[in-house]
Design a protein around this ligand. Structure first.
Ligand code: PLP
Length: 399
C-alpha cells in the first residue's frame, strides 16, 4: 500500500499513540473535578497548552482547544463576526478558494446582514494583496485567508495581507490546517490574530484542534455550557487527544526543516516524472506551494477532455495507491473543484484533477511506483473510452 493522501489525514505517530495511551489508562479524570484525579487531568491539559504556545511562539492564554479544524474555523469566523457586528462592522473578506469550513461559515452569516467579499486568485492560485487592499471598507470586521490551500497546496501571501489588516486595525484569521508542519508558524512574528489548525493533519489524533486567539481580539463564544477554556468554549476537554496533540505539534514544529527537505525532494522527483507523461498539467504555482502537495491532470493530446480524475483515483486504488480528486459527488454526478474553477481552469479539465499529498513516511521508491502505475493507468484509459466512473468520494465533500 502507498498512502499519498496526507492532506486528507495522516497516520497517527507512535509518539502520539504512546502519549494518548498513557493518559487513557492512567488519567481518566475530568479536568473540572475538584479532586486529585481531576487535578491530574487538568495538569495534562494545561501543560499541553503551555507547550503548544511555546512551539508556535504564542502565550499560554492565547491557545484554545477545539474539536478540530472545522470548529476552529467556525469559531474564528462566526465568533469574530458576532463581536465586530456589535460595533456595526458587518463586512467580511475571504478568498474564493478557502476550505468549505470557511465558505459555509460565511454563508451562514449572510441571513444576519453580513456582507461577504470573496477575493479571486490568479491562474496560479495566489491572491494579490492589492486586491485585499481594494476590497477593504470602513465596515470590514474580519479578513480570513488560508495559509496554504488543501487542494493545490498554493501558499498565500499572509505576511503582506496580515500587515495590511494590521495597518487598518482589522482582525486577520488564517486557516493553517494544511500549513502546520510544512510552513513556519511563529505567532510572535506573523501578523495573524486568529489561527486555526488540526491534530489529524500532523500525525495527531482526529477530533482535536487549536484556535489561537491573540490577546485583545474580540470574539464571542459559540458553545454555551460550562466554564472550560476560560469561559470561551464550553465542554469537557478531550484530555487524551490534547495530550496527543501536544506531542504532534512538538514533532511537527521540531521536525519541520528536515521534513520539508525530504518532501521537496520527493516533489521534484514526482514533478519531473509527471512531465514525462503525455498531457500532464500541474495545477497551481510551482514555487509558492507546500512541498508535500502535487495536483495534476492529464489532457488528451488530441485536444478533447482528458482522463477523468475519478477514473484514475479508482484505478490507482486497485493498484494499492491512495490519492484523491478535488471533485465532489453531487446527485450522482461529478462536480469540478471550485478551487480549480477559481483558477480559470475549464470544467472538463478540472474534472481530470488528482491530488497526491505526501508525508515523511513516503519514499523515493513510492514515487517511482506511483509514476509507473500512473503511466499504465493512463495508457489503459486512453485505449478505452473513459466512461464516467462511479463517485469515489465520500458524501461529505472534499477534505
Ligand atoms: N481547513 C483546511 C484547509 C482543511 O484542509 C481542513 C480539512 O481537510 C479543514 C479546514 C477542516 O479540518 P478538520 O478535518 O480537522 O475539521
Amino acid at each position: 500500500m502507498i498512502y499519498a493522501d496526507n492532506a486528507a489525514t495522516t497516520r497517527i505517530s507512535e509518539n502520539v499513540i504512546q502519549a494518548m495511551n498513557n493518559v487513557m489508562i492512567q488519567e481518566y479524570g475530568n479536568p473540572s473535578s475538584p479532586h486529585q484525579i481531576g487535578a491530574k487531568a487538568k495538569k495534562i491539559v494545561e501543560n499541553a497548552r503551555t507547550n503548544i504556545a511555546k512551539y508556535i511562539g504564542a502565550t499560554t492564554n492565547e491557545i484554545y482547544f477545539t474539536s478540530g479544524g472545522t470548529e476552529s474555523v467556525n469559531w474564528a469566523i462566526k465568533g469574530t463576526a458576532f463581536a465586530s457586528g456589535k460595533t456595526g462592522k458587518k463586512h467580511i473578506i475571504a478568498t474564493a478558494i478557502e476550505h468549505l469550513a470557511v465558505l459555509r461559515s460565511l454563508d451562514s452569516l449572510q441571513p444576519f446582514g453580513y456582507e461577504i467579499t470573496l477575493l479571486s486568485p490568479d491562474e496560479k492560485g495566489i491572491v494579490d494583496p492589492k486586491e485585499l487592499e481594494r476590497a477593504l471598507r470602513q465596515e470590514t470586521g474580519l479578513v480570513s485567508m488560508m495559509y496554504a490551500n488543501n487542494e493545490i497546496g498554493v501558499i498565500q501571501p499572509i505576511q503582506e495581507c496580515g500587515d495590511i489588516c494590521r495597518r487598518n486595525k482589522i482582525p486577520f484569521h488564517t486557516d493553517a490546517v494544511q500549513a502546520m508542519g510544512q510552513l513556519p508558524i511563529e505567532m510572535n512574528s506573523l501578523p495573524v490574530d486568529l489561527l486555526s489548525f488540526s491534530g489529524h493533519k500532523i500525525h495527531g489524533p482526529k477530533g482535536i484542534g487549536i484556535l489561537y486567539i491573540r490577546n485583545g481580539i474580540a470574539i464571542e463564544p459559540l458553545l454555551d455550557g460550562g466554564t472550560q477554556e476560560r469561559r470561551r468554549r464550553a465542554g469537557t476537554e478531550n484530555v487524551e487527544a490534547i495530550a496527543g496533540l501536544d506531542v504532534a505539534v512538538r514533532d511537527a514544529v521540531k521536525g519541520r526543516v528536515r521534513r520539508t527537505k525530504h518532501l521537496a525532494a520527493l516533489q521534484k522527483q514526482f514533478m519531473d516524472g509527471l512531465r514525462q507523461l503525455e498531457g500532464s498539467h500541474i495545477h497551481g504555482d510551482l514555487h509558492y506551494r507546500l512541498p508535500g502537495n502535487v495536483n495534476v491532470r492529464f489532457d488528451h493530446t488530441n485536444g478533447g477532455a482528458g482522463a477523468s480524475g475519478e477514473s484514475l483515483v479508482l484505478m490507482l486504488d486497485k493498484k494499492g495507491i491512495c490519492c484523491s480528486t478535488g471533485s465532489a459527488c453531487s446527485s450522482g454526478a461529478m462536480e469540478p473543484s471550485y478551487v480549480l474553477l477559481a483558477l480559470g481552469i475549464p470544467t472538463d479539465q478540472a474534472l481530470g484533477a488528482i491530488r497526491f499529498s505526501f508525508s515523511e513516511d513516503n519514499t523515493k521508491e513510492d514515487i517511482d511506483e506511483i509514476l509507473k502505475a500512473l503511466a499504465a493507468s493512463l495508457k489503459k484509459l486512453r485505449n478505452t473510452p473513459d466512461t464516467a466512473s462511479a463517485c469515489c468520494c465520500g458524501p461529505d465533500g472534499c477534505c
